[in-house]
Design a protein around this ligand. Structure first.
Ligand SMILES: [Zn+2]
Length: 473
């Protein structure tokens, strides 16, 4: 063990020091890509636009709000709500000035009209929309509703924003990464996690091997830890949050949309943790600490006949580990633990410790038994978790995930396409090629309302834990 690693080990909690092996396998962290980062982000949809005298803009927007709420504006913060006739892209200018009885007038001289983007076509009923707009005093017979193409996702550069403004509709670049976590957040967190990630990964490998050797399950392991950021880092995080706020607050003319981003939420979540630390009276010179919260090997074959090839899905390593965290939280509330002799003939949740290492970690109290389930905790796994576990991890509000072996056919975290040539086991795939399709990239999906930072751990030191490529880890 190198000197720097020894130093890190000395800061670990006694439970961890008791169970970690003498030799730590060193690896490096590679951030996971999001689905948006890997795919063409020019996804086009159709949207309705109307035009109205400038003074009626609010009434028009209110009609839209009455129909679809504020949500659609929140989802399209990169598009301006309003555009002067002169600022329309050339092809729209040509098209729209020739439509309607007053088109020419509107596009000549000092127009008092604005074009207003109403929202995606498939979210609004045309009949309802035209009835609502016609009812506004001053629009009536001059009602105009046009259909335009809009880019659904935010641009990634000013150049792209300019191009889209010419091609589709006025587009705003907000200097963040709309396709994934903020680069500065990834960078900072990678350096924090890199300090001890190898310890947790070595531990995950160790429990995976032990559980496999004992016949409980496949060689898959999971470790959950709690990282406590000392208060002197709070200010740094706060600055980061303010920076994100600044870029988000860039004003947009006539645009009432919310500028909040998932990235900002990331930073704020960190901030909450840091403040939490401060509240507990830690001093500025205190070091960052980590504590192990749960340790679990896969147990899909425990008390389970070896029929079929999936075993008990509730006993996947990630689910067992999360369940152990839940039990600690319940214990901390001084409630009685669940009956240890279940009446069920078959106990689906193999979430009691099976191995002595699991037991030692399980017996230790939760370092900070407040907050929702796994909020802001870190999960280290030998293998990329399956789709089911990935969603469970997401629902538990895990803050970060690191895994080693990618599972291209069954994993839920990676965003890369699932190739057809990844299995190589003709005996299983006699019906033709398996796999294919798009990776789910569940660690960071805008629409899932929670995002994690994720990494793959690359090493040439730790022994590979080979499993069937069809295995759901
Ligand atoms: Zn799983």
């Amino acid at each position: 063990m190198g000197d720097s690693m020894k130093e890190v080990v000395e800061t670990l909690d006694p439970v961890t020091r008791h169970i970690i092996p003498d030799s730590i396998d060193i690896g490096t962290l590679v951030p996971l890509k999001t689905t948006l980062e890997l795919r063409d982000n020019l996804s086009i949809d159709y949207a309705y636009v109307t035009r109205a005298p400038t003074k009626l803009t609010n009434e028009v927007v209110n009609v839209v709000r009455g129909m679809v709420g504020d949500d659609q504006a929140k989802n399209l913060p990169h598009l301006r709500r309003c555009s002067k006739p002169a600022d329309l892209p050339p092809h729209l200018k040509n098209q729209f000035m020739n439509e309607g009885s007053n088109g020419r007038t509107i596009h000549t001289g000092k127009s008092q009209y604005l074009y207003i983007m109403l929202g995606p076509q498939d979210e609004m009923d045309y009949g309802e929309l035209s009835a609502g707009l016609s009812a506004i005093d001053g629009i009536g017979e001059d009602l105009f509703i046009g259909l335009i193409q809009i880019p659904l996702f935010a641009p990634t550069s000013q150049v792209q924003a300019n191009a889209w403004s010419q091609q589709f509709w006025q587009t705003v670049y907000r200097k963040n990464n709309p396709l994934g976590p903020h680069p500065s957040n990834i960078c900072r967190t990678t350096s924090v996690v890199s300090r001890d990630a190898s310890i947790w990964m070595t531990l995950a490998h160790q429990i995976a091997r032990k559980s496999h050797k004992a016949g409980y399950g496949e060689p898959v392991g999971a470790v959950i830890i709690k990282r406590t950021v000392p208060s002197n880092k709070t200010d740094m995080v706060k600055n980061e949050a303010n920076k994100a706020d600044d870029t988000g607050a860039e004003s947009t003319q006539g645009d009432t949309s919310d500028t909040g981003t998932a990235n900002l939420e990331d930073v704020k979540a960190e901030l909450a943790t840091a403040d939490d630390t401060k509240a507990k009276g830690q001093t500025a010179d205190e070091k960052e600490t980590t504590q192990i919260v749960a340790l679990a090997g896969d147990a899909r074959w425990c008390r389970q006949e070896r029929t079929g090839h999936t075993g008990n899905p509730m006993a996947h390593a990630a689910l067992r580990a999360i369940s152990m965290v839940a039990q600690k939280l319940v214990r901390a509330e001084n409630r009685e633990p669940a009956a240890s002799n279940p009446i069920l003939e078959f106990e689906a949740f193999q979430d009691q410790p099976l191995l002595s290492d699991e037991q030692v970690v399980f017996d230790a109290e939760h370092p900070s038994p407040d907050g929702y389930l796994c909020h802001d905790l870190e999960l280290y796994m030998t293998h990329e978790p399956c789709t089911m576990c990935s969603m469970a991890i997401l629902h538990s509000r895990m803050g970060r995930i690191v895994f080693r072996h990618r599972m291209p056919l069954t994993g839920g975290m990676s965003s890369e396409d699932r190739g057809y040539d990844l299995c190589g086991d003709d005996s299983i795939c006699e019906d033709g090629p398996c796999g294919g399709g798009k990776g789910l990239g569940l660690h960071w999906r805008k629409e899932l309302n929670w995002s994690m930072l994720g990494w793959e751990w690359e090493t040439d030191q730790a022994e590979r834990l080979s499993v069937n490529p069809h295995l759901h880890a």
